[in-house]
Design a protein around this ligand. Structure first.
Ligand code: CP
Length: 360
């Protein structure tokens, strides 16, 4: 059993400057947000609570637009956004495409298998090629942690991290915050239980940072084999990592008890070759979120899951589709949140975003 403890360190931080990097020009983003113009969204670690709140408030307006019968806004008309996915995705890729199109942008999807990377072109040359086409936004999913930071150094376009390796998934965290806030109101003091494959989960890392920035108490629970070394007892921790204050529960039951949000994480079966789990059945019995476990959370607690779900493994089907589940709402909200992000990043002119730098 893992001792219940508060983490003061952690983080697989990758090379970075500003993760939601500021453009040099203070041109208004025209969204009425409480945020400065930014060029990129690579992680949430250097966004303030006010900036996150600004994005969430903007997403409320976007949700109204996305819910209209005729869902079209000219906000990003004339802008070109490329989604470049080097890893499979359903939710993130489709919702970014939908978000861009609702805002009037031209959205072009590139998959690794259909791009010249499959012929051996380097990531750098791929980015330089796209850069030459004067794109405004580049939404990137990549299996390697840090790849979006590398790309951001070599393009004038706004780069959005759509999930990089085990590092970060900032728009998933924003949509999780957005969904929780719509049900629970102010998230300060709320207990968020994150259960499962923390070791490989970029969603967990971004969610821990995001919920803690909003004042929530985040408690994680997982088998010792799926707990990152830097969060184990005896580590040296610092609040500046964004993980300070994180609690590692003694048991899944301790994590879920009185929680306002219960979030099982997908067991990433494709990354389990290292033998972290004796069997999925064992995992499901000991760590799976089922009706009995969920009943110990607060009345009206939300069952959230970033998807895709392994029903019967980390979450029972009964709970996944039960009255407390907001999983489909998370997906719906993801479009509005990504609209807010694309608008905040891509609405300003390219020259105002990058201070006239031609880069590349
Ligand atoms: N949550 C998430 O990132 O799902 P996809 O892999 O389907 O995009």
């Amino acid at each position: 059993m893992t001792e219940s403890k508060t983490v003061r360190n952690a983080g697989s931080r990758t090379e970075t400057g500003s993760s939601f990097g500021r453009g040099k020009n203070s041109d208004s983003n025209q969204a009425g947000l409480m945020i400065e113009p930014r060029q990129h969204l690579l992680d949430l670690d250097d966004l303030s609570a006010a900036e996150i709140t600004g994005l969430l408030n903007s997403a409320e307006g976007m949700l109204e637009i996305a819910g209209r019968d005729v869902r079209k806004s000219p906000a990003l008309r004339g802008k070109t956004i490329i989604t470049m996915f080097f890893e499979n995705s359903t939710r993130t890729r489709v919702s970014f495409e939908q978000a861009g199109k609702i805002l009037g942008a031209d959205v072009i999807n590139v998959t690794a298998s259909a791009s010249s990377t499959s012929k051996g072109e380097s990531l750098l040359n791929t980015v330089k090629t796209l850069q030459a086409m004067q794109i405004d936004g580049l939404v990137v999913r990549h299996p390697h942690s840090g790849a979006p930071y590398f790309i951001a150094k070599h393009t004038d376009a706004s780069v959005v991290n759509a999930g990089d390796g085990t590092h970060a998934h900032p728009t998933q965290a924003l949509l999780d915050l957005f969904t929780a806030r719509r049900h629970l109101g102010d998230l300060a003091g709320k207990k968020i239980a994150i259960v499962g494959d923390v070791l490989y989960s970029r969603v967990a890392r971004s969610d821990i940072i995001a919920f803690q920035k909003m004042g929530a108490e985040v408690v994680i629970s997982c088998p010792n084999t799926l707990l990152p070394d830097e969060w184990k007892p005896g580590s040296i921790h610092g609040d500046e990592t964004g993980f300070g204050g994180l609690t590692v529960a003694k048991s899944v039951d301790e994590a879920v008890e009185d929680a306002d949000v219960v979030m099982p994480l997908r067991i990433q079966q494709e990354r389990q070759d290292a033998g972290h789990l004796p069997s999925l059945r064992e995992y499901s019995n000991r760590w799976g979120i089922n009706a009995a476990r969920l009943s110990t959370a607060r009345d009206g607690a939300l069952l959230m899951h970033p998807g895709p779900m392994n029903e019967g493994v980390e979450v029972s089907s009964e709970v996944a589709h039960g009255a407390q589940s907001v999983v489909e709402e998370q997906v719906r909200n993801g479009v509005a949140v990504r609209m807010a992000v694309l608008y905040a990043l891509c609405a300003p002119s390219r020259s105002s975003r990058n201070g006239g730098r031609n880069g590349g």
